[in-house]
Structures are given as structure tokens and as C-alpha cells.
Ligand binder design. Structure first.
Ligand code: SF4
Ligand code: SF4
Length: 235
């Protein structure tokens, strides 16, 4: 995993490793625009201004050991609102990356581990995945106008690679059907990977650069092997 020290070897101190991230936390005006724009300000004591101030004051350890970094949705609204251009999301993600992996919140920790091991955050074997997808596809083929519908797995030369959010396979099958109907009506030439189909990169959310790289490489590998130029991410 890349550490803060890896990224900023010249101006890091042991006591305040987060401070150089974005490099201009000293410029914070304490104006609160970030907090006003943040959808979770006030929830469980969260406030992006507070996070920037903690970094500015060298209270890195306190921040890293707290639940605060994990409350952020990483939506980026705080940065959009900040008049000083402070890279708040990067600070928060970097703080997450400095948390010992066993202390990463359970669902994310488990999702990353399963994703690395099995190719999806659910840990679903290929046969089970195909069974679910083909079952949902069969239902759609029962609707008028979709009689010839089937899911094209691993189609070489397709126009679009469709990666999935695991919830579409797990609990929200109906959202799969919405996409498939659009593809069908539009005459889209698309395909779905039969393995490593997960499009949600929890390496990104957990601050785990090494895991993030693996997940990205898998998608790149699909696109190169199948000679596909367009990618559809679930989020
Ligand atoms: S990225 Fe995090 S801190 Fe910034 S607005 Fe979104 S939830 Fe709030
Ligand atoms: S919007 Fe920017 S300058 Fe204002 S408090 Fe937040 S981080 Fe500081």
C-alpha cells in the first residue's frame, strides 16, 4: 500500500503525516463553506472543516484512529465549495489508507478481501453468478418485445463492457433489467465479464492503493483481451 511518506518524501514529519496532503491546509480560512456543502455535516460529530483543522493542528493520529474518515461518502462537495481549493477528499482517503487493515470497517474490509480473492465483493463463484444472471435474463425474455434477449458473456469485439455493482446481482436484480432493456432497445453491442465482473472498487474507498490497482487492472485486462473500447462503470 502506498503511504503518505511514499507520496511526499521531502516534507513529511512523523508527527503530522497528513499535513502535506493537498499541501495547502495552512490556507484554510475556517469559513465553513465545506461544512455547509457536506451532506453529512453534524452526523456523529462529522464536519470537513474540523478534519482540515485537525490536520492543520497536527492531530493526525487522533483523526486516523477515529471513525470520522469512514463517515465521509467521498462525494467531493466540500472541495467544490472550498474557496481555497483544499483537497479535502484526498486528506480523508489518505487517512483511511493509514488505518491498519484489520481496523477498516468490517463490510469494506471484507469486500476488499473477497474482491481480491474472488473477483467480486460478494465472493460469488462464477457458476452462481451465471445462474443468477441467466435467471433474470430468462424472466426478461418472457416479456413482449424481449423474446430474443440473452446476456452476452465475454463477447469479443463488443462495443461496450458492462461491469456491475454487486447489489445488482445480490438484492437489486430489477436494476439489471432496466439497463438490459435500454441496451436492447438501443441495439447496443455490449458484453458482461463472466469473472472479475465487480465494478465497485473498494480499494478506492478503503484507501488501499494496491487493491485499487488490482481491480483496475482486471478491467483493463478484460478490455484488452476482448478488444473493447468503451466501459460502463456502475458508479
Ligand atoms: S467528500 Fe466527504 S467531507 Fe466532502 S462533502 Fe462529501 S461527505 Fe462531506
Ligand atoms: S471551505 Fe476550505 S477554507 Fe473554508 S473551512 Fe473548509 S477547508 Fe477551510
Amino acid at each position: 500500500m502506498t503511504t503518505i511518506t511514499d507520496r511526499n518524501p521531502s516534507d513529511i514529519t512523523q508527527s503530522a503525516p497528513l499535513r502535506p496532503i493537498g499541501s495547502i491546509t495552512d490556507m484554510c480560512l475556517a469559513c465553513g463553506a465545506c461544512a455547509a456543502g457536506c451532506p453529512i455535516t453534524g452526523i456523529s460529530g462529522f464536519d470537513p472543516r474540523k478534519i482540515v483543522r485537525m490536520v492543520l493542528l497536527g492531530r493526525d493520529s487522533e483523526l486516523i484512529d477515529s471513525p470520522l474518515p469512514w463517515l465521509c461518502t467521498m462525494c467531493g462537495k466540500c472541495e467544490h465549495a472550498c474557496p481555497m481549493g483544499i483537497n479535502i477528499v484526498n486528506i480523508i482517503r489518505t487517512a483511511r489508507g493509514m488505518v491498519e487493515r484489520e481496523k477498516v470497517p468490517g463490510m469494506i474490509h471484507k469486500g476488499v478481501a473477497l474482491g481480491l480473492e474472488t473477483g467480486n465483493n460478494l465472493g460469488l463463484p462464477e457458476d452462481d453468478f451465471r445462474f443468477i444472471i441467466e435467471d433474470v435474463a430468462e424472466e426478461l425474455a418472457g416479456e413482449p418485445g424481449y423474446e430474443d434477449f440473452s446476456v452476452p458473456f465475454d463477447k469479443k469485439g463488443a462495443n461496450l463492457l458492462h461491469t456491475l455493482h454487486n447489489k445488482l446481482v445480490n438484492t437489486q436484480n430489477e436494476d439489471l433489467v432496466h439497463w438490459w432493456k435500454i441496451f436492447h432497445v438501443a441495439g447496443e453491442d455490449w458484453t458482461l465479464p463472466s469473472v472479475n465482473w465487480e465494478g465497485v472498487n473498494w480499494g478506492l474507498f478503503s484507501g488501499d492503493d494496491a487493491a485499487m490497482k488490482v481491480f483496475v487492472e482486471r478491467i483493463v485486462e478484460h478490455m484488452e483481451r476482448l478488444e473493447i473500447k468503451n466501459l460502463m462503470y456502475p458508479e
